[in-house]
Design a protein. Structure first.
Length: 293
């Protein structure tokens, strides 16, 4: 089978990129394509053309989309569904003549929202029926999600990725954390802060001072900074993950850092491929949509 046999298109439409997959009815990927036509660079009336450009050689079939395409600044705002609830809503938001957008989730107290992660959660649960526990989704804004009986019970967002980028790019530590990596430095950062997270701000400047006075390598300082921030995050989210079954959805180094930091706290976590979870969630949404049409 080739892309010409596609019966629907899966789309992960984020802030910076659009990723699409030509799909068979059974959920097999027939082809894939990516562009930089993310939400952040598109006016509302530019979405249809961006989608058509990327899928010009594919059949004009229904599209199931997740991510920031459904935000207030996106193609069509897909209203949030309130937790506790299943990660996928039965009510997809139409956009254009063939696209259907998966709504995000909201939490009233403490106030929180997610958009895009609900699809990965749904995909993980589709691949792991009956799973209960806590799902961590690392990223610029990391999500910690409590799952019970197939529902998202509650969740918490932590801006660790944003903080790391801001500190390394816009503070004095930009002179001390240029590049490189040191696993031991990361582990030390986690250990230094997790039991006393209130000392985080003071620990940060010590990285600069150690570089000036003791020649602390940039790679070690950068890694320790990451460890300090993730350690503080683990301290803040301990009520979520302590004593729970934990899955970390994410590819590559960042997800691995969370797995390593949790392991150091005697909290083993399973790392899950993010693309596989996303596609499984989009497939689940397509099947539910198809059953209703």
């Amino acid at each position: 089978m080739t892309a010409s046999d596609a019966t629907w298109i899966a789309a992960d439409w984020g802030t910076t990129n659009l990723r699409v997959w030509a799909m068979s009815a059974s959920g097999t990927v027939l082809a894939a394509a990516t562009s930089d036509d993310g939400m952040g660079r598109l006016a509302r009336d530019a979405y249809p053309a961006a989608l058509d450009r990327l899928t010009a050689d594919w059949p004009r079939v229904p599209v199931i989309a997740c991510g920031m395409v459904g935000s207030r600044q996106g193609w069509a705002e897909a209203a949030y569904t309130a937790v506790p609830c299943p990660p996928l809503s039965d009510n997809l938001t139409p956009a254009g003549d063939r696209t259907h957008i998966i709504p995000g989730l909201k939490q009233a107290s403490p106030a929180d929202v997610m958009r895009g992660e609900e699809t990965q959660i749904a995909g993980f649960l589709a691949l792991n029926p009956g799973w209960d526990g806590v799902i961590c989704l690392p990223g610029t804004h990391t999500k910690w999600v409590h799952i019970s009986a197939g529902e998202v019970v509650s969740f918490q967002t932590v801006m660790t990725g944003d903080l790391f980028a801001a500190i390394t790019g816009h503070t004095v530590l930009r002179h001390s954390t240029a590049a490189g990596w040191d696993d031991a430095g990361f582990a030390q950062g986690v250990e230094d802060v997790i039991s006393r997270p209130e000392k985080l701000a003071a620990r940060l400047f010590a990285l600069r001072a150690e570089g000036l006075l003791d020649g602390l390598p940039d790679a070690t300082a950068r890694s320790r900074l990451s460890g300090l921030l993730i350690g503080a995050e683990l301290a803040a989210t301990k009520p979520y993950w302590l004593g729970q079954q934990i899955a970390v959805i994410g590819a590559g180094t960042l997800a691995g850092l969370y797995v390593a930091a949790l392991a150091a706290q005697s909290a083993p976590a399973t790392q899950v491929n993010a693309d596989r979870a996303t596609l499984a969630g989009l497939t689940a949404a397509y099947r539910r949509w198809k059953d209703q049409t």
